[in-house]
Ligand binder design. Sequence first.
Ligand code: ADP
Length: 421
Amino acid sequence: MFFGKKNKNSTNVADSLKNEQAKSDIILASIDDGVVLLDATGVIRLFNPAAENITGWSAKDAIGLDHQSVLKFINGKGEAYAPIQNPLNKTLQNKTPSRDSQSSLKTNSERIIPIAISVSPLGQDIGQAGGVVAVFRDVTTERQHEKQSAEFISTASHEMRTPVAAIEGYLALALNEKVATVDAKAREYLVKAHLSTVHLGNLFQDLLTASKSEDGRLSNHPVVIDMGEFLQQITSDIKFTAEKKGLTLEFLIGGGDKSVSASDGNQRVIRPLFYVNADPERLREIVTNLFDNAVKYSEKGRITVGLTGNDSVVQFRISDTGQGIPSTDIAHLFQKFYRVDNSATRVIGGTGLGLFICKKIVELYGGRIWVDSKLGEGSTFFINLPRISSADKSNLEQQMASTINPSEPTQTVDTPRGVIQ
Ligand code: ADP
């Protein structure tokens, strides 16, 4: 009787397990997305039919192989991912979910397919501790749409910039007392029209820059820049904008100042030279964007432009004593068109593209941008860029000189004014 009962229970469990397995198989076979399961060593243990369709590998061949021999990731430039960039490796190592929507996969027949992938660690409870599950799909159509819409935005903003510049110019002429006479009421309307046209012109310019920064068309002619001198120059150009609003502007250069004995016996301070290799126009864009924001979003107090660094990094920052940014908005700040929604930003004009453009430019040079902010107290935007040593500066400048005019002997490079450790 006991055995009979036990046998009946075991059969039920076995049946229900079989049923569960059959259900999972049906679900995995019907899903349109590729599903791949890896064990803790990165070996493929499950490969559903959609994964077979996308990759061109059969489950029979893929199962038992290391994931990197089957799922070959390619970046936007067509280069293979380094193992550390691979989202599956990231989750295997860190046991935290990872996503990638910018990569492509090289199929078994060497075709490149744009994909979006999300990888999650497997929990202990399903007996696969350390393994991961990846879900991915072919996003060829989405990427084509994105490309078309980016091209449309880029062409439209390019075409509209010219007539908008003409309107802005004529409105400025109409407001110029030397060339036109208008009554007070008309002047008031013209001033408003002029302001809106300037805003429209900025919007088109930002749209154009943003779309170029996304598809790699942003012009980039890097040269070695002494950030101290560069920031000092920009600071003196923009000082007026801050002072007009009653804000003080200060420039702090620091981090590793050295006191040395000069030949006259006096102590002199030698400031470290913070060199970076970047296009000055692009850097100017970043600094003016951050500075304009600091002015726009501060009613009183001080704006500080700071520069510091270590052996490998140059860090500059722009701080303000303005309204600050709510912590819930910080994670989204560098997204396209994102603006903090509050009464102040509704009045203060903006496109929500400035910080997105800054991030794209900083990333172009292998750097990082982030913000620290306290609501009601102010914000500091930090930028880290790779630092160029004096020796690398000379090498880069010699390379550049020989590229510009290979037949002429290379120029002697200026003796650096400071010391880099
Ligand atoms: P916008 O054209 O709206 O200024 P940005 O991309 O430059 O666009 O900035 C995005 C949003 O970030 C802004 O709308 C604003 O809400 C917030 N923000 C940026 N800089 C500051 C700052 N210095 N202080 C407070 N808020 C800021």
